[in-house]
Design a protein around this ligand. Structure first.
Ligand code: BV8
Ligand code: ZN
Length: 254
């Protein structure tokens, strides 16, 4: 982590009227949640997430896809927000206006205390009927089944039309939720600083968020162990978010 990169970002953060925090799977990495591209383990090792996270995969094998999401939901249920999530929640009260946009489907930002989290790719806590879209409530007892990697669990049935319930996430090839999309893109066009944290910027159209902000004259600071740079008003603080963010807040706001 380069102290100059932190020093360069401090005035941007202190002077910002509207900060957009844009997070990807890397912000949850230090809570032990593997990023989308990390190698899957156990039953999932032979699967490519890109093949599982599609409507076609769910239609072909609903038990396999539902089990994968239940295993991920179980992993998230058993972990805690890390210092990056906590620092982002604290930042809300340090800047005049903050919009938090996440590509993640976990609830770690909410559990760290962040409010009004915009989930561009949906979330694991709001399953719905795959046909009539009726919201489904998880049955608390399900956790007694302890969905380890080697279980195959059938999705519950919709109470209204008896069709399979699906995870409340956005699969590849599906459109992003209209309201979340609009809110996120409006915030990107209005802000003066984007903190882009733990995202490789591969998945579209979410990856446009920093570009929209740059086009509107904002600055972008990437926080990522990998360098992510392509524009004069983009800078990078290389390193893990859970280490960098607490330092950034301390040095900027005391
Ligand atoms: C759509 C939910 C319209 C499911 C996910 C151009 C325009 C529009 C569409 C496309 C396009 N080009 C291609 C497409 C199609 C596709 C797409 O983008 N494909 C990619 C692979 C090229 N996009 C779509 O299909 C989208 N839909 O556009 O609708 C449409 C409609 C019909 C037909 C066509 C188009 C929907 C995309 C949503 C997919 N759903 N998640 C689930 O989770 O199962 S995306 C999923 O992958 C995650 O949510 C995440 O956003 C994304 C990437 O995951 P990761 O790789 O894990 O995370 P990330 O990339 O953020 O990388 C991790 C980073 O963290 C790394 O950089 C690493 O260095 C860093 N890191 C690691 N440790 C740390 C760290 N950083 C900080 N601290 C650390 N400690
Ligand atoms: Zn239904």
């Amino acid at each position: 982590m380069n102290q100059d990169d932190i020093a360069y970002s401090l005035p941007l953060l202190k002077q910002a009227e509207h900060v957009v925090v844009f997070t990807g799977a890397g912000v949850s990495a230090e809570s032990g949640i593997p990023t989308f591209r990390d190698a899957l383990t156990g039953l999932w090792a032979k699967h490519d997430p890109m093949d599982l996270a599609t409507p076609e995969a769910f239609a072909r094998d609903p038990d396999l896809v539902w089990s994968w999401y239940e295993w991920r939901r179980w992993q998230i249920h058993r972990t805690q927000p890390n210092r990056a999530h906590n620092a982002i929640a604290q930042l809300e009260s340090r800047v005049p206006r903050l919009t938090l946009i996440t590509q993640n489907v976990d609830d770690l930002h909410e559990r760290a205390g962040s409010s009004n989290v915009i989930h561009l790719h949906g979330d694991l806590q709001s399953p719905r009927c795959s046909v009539c879209a009726a919201p489904h409530r998880f049955d608390a007892e399900l956790w007694l089944e302890n969905p380890q990697e080697n279980r195959s669990i059938s999705p519950p049935r919709c109470l209204r039309c008896n069709n399979p319930v699906r995870p409340g996430v956005v699969w590849f090839g599906e459109s992003l939720p209209e309201r979340a999309f609009q809110q996120a893109f409006d915030a990107a066009g209005d802000c003066d600083l984007v903190l882009s944290i733990g995202t490789s910027g591969v998945v579209q159209p979410a990856a446009l968020i920093p570009d929209i902000a740059l086009k509107n004259g904002a600055s972008v600071v990437h926080i990522n162990p990998q360098p992510v740079l392509s524009h004069p008003r983009e800078s990078s603080i290389q390193g893990p978010a859970a280490e960098i963010l607490p330092i950034l807040l301390r040095d900027a706001f005391g």
